[in-house]
Design a protein around this ligand. Sequence first.
Ligand code: SF4
Length: 76
Amino acid sequence: MSNICPKSEKCPIFQGGVLKRASSEQIYRNLYCNAGKIKYEKCMRFIVSEKVGKPAPISVLPNSTKSLDDIISSMS
Ligand code: SF4
C-alpha cells in the first residue's frame, strides 16, 4: 500500500504554492502527506474531506486545531 495520501493529487497543500513558505508545505508533506496511512488519516484536511465528500477549504491546514464541526459549519 502507498504511503502517500490518496488525496495528494488534488490537494493544494501537497501540490504546493499556496502557503507563504514553501518550507511549511514541505513540513506538512513530511509529517502527513508522505508519512503513511496512520499520519495522513490524522490530517484535518483529510478528515474534513472524508466527512463532507469534497475537498477541504484551503484555509484548513493539516494540523488545524479547530473542531471538525466548526470547520464543517464554516463551509456551509
Ligand atoms: S494535506 Fe492532508 S489531505 Fe492534503 S495530501 Fe496532505 S495528508 Fe492528504
